[in-house]
Design a protein around this ligand. Sequence first.
Ligand SMILES: Cc1cc2nc3c(=O)[nH]c(=O)nc-3n(C[C@H](O)[C@H](O)[C@H](O)COP(=O)(O)O)c2cc1C
Length: 174
Amino acid sequence: MLDYLVLYNSQSGNTKGVAAAIFSALPEGSRDLVDINGGNPIPKAATYFIGFCVHRGSCCIEVSDFISSLEGCSIALFGTCGMGSSPEYYKLIEKNVSAWINSSCRYLGCCLCQGKMPMQVRQKYENMRTAENTAQVDGFIRNFDHAMTHPDREDLKRAQEFALSCVSRAREQV
Ligand SMILES: Cc1cc2nc3c(=O)[nH]c(=O)nc-3n(C[C@H](O)[C@H](O)[C@H](O)COP(=O)(O)O)c2cc1C
């Protein structure tokens, strides 16, 4: 059994980048980095770092099924989403995804950051524009443009610090 497994789901690469940063920050040796949709067997581990891209306010079913299959281990969550600067929204995502964790597992917390979105999303916002919703659409577009540079170096550093704090807590609990 591994000490640490970083497992992730990423459709356009944002969460994959965060997963790689977390993996590189973990103590060398007993660790692995696996794409949940890569078709490879998923090794067992004492501590899992589970990453997801946010679709419709939660993770995909492959990730939720995997989380709910785990028992008696430590679990840290991480993810990327289009929405930035909204602690309330990040709390809601954390609540939606951590709800799948079995009570026999130790939950170590969740680290979310913003991730760039496909250009079609910006076009969709532009197409929604009417005389009545200009301010709201402008807000969506500002958020979209802000997301374009994320995850950035600061996001990756924060994810690595989060991972190291999880490692310390997982060790305390052994
Ligand atoms: C189909 C779809 C649904 C999405 N739903 C949400 C959402 O509910 N909330 C959000 O903040 N971002 C949403 N996003 C934006 C993604 O979460 C964001 O771009 C994320 O960084 C993608 O991660 P990935 O590159 O690892 O796939 C959605 C993107 C797509 C393509």
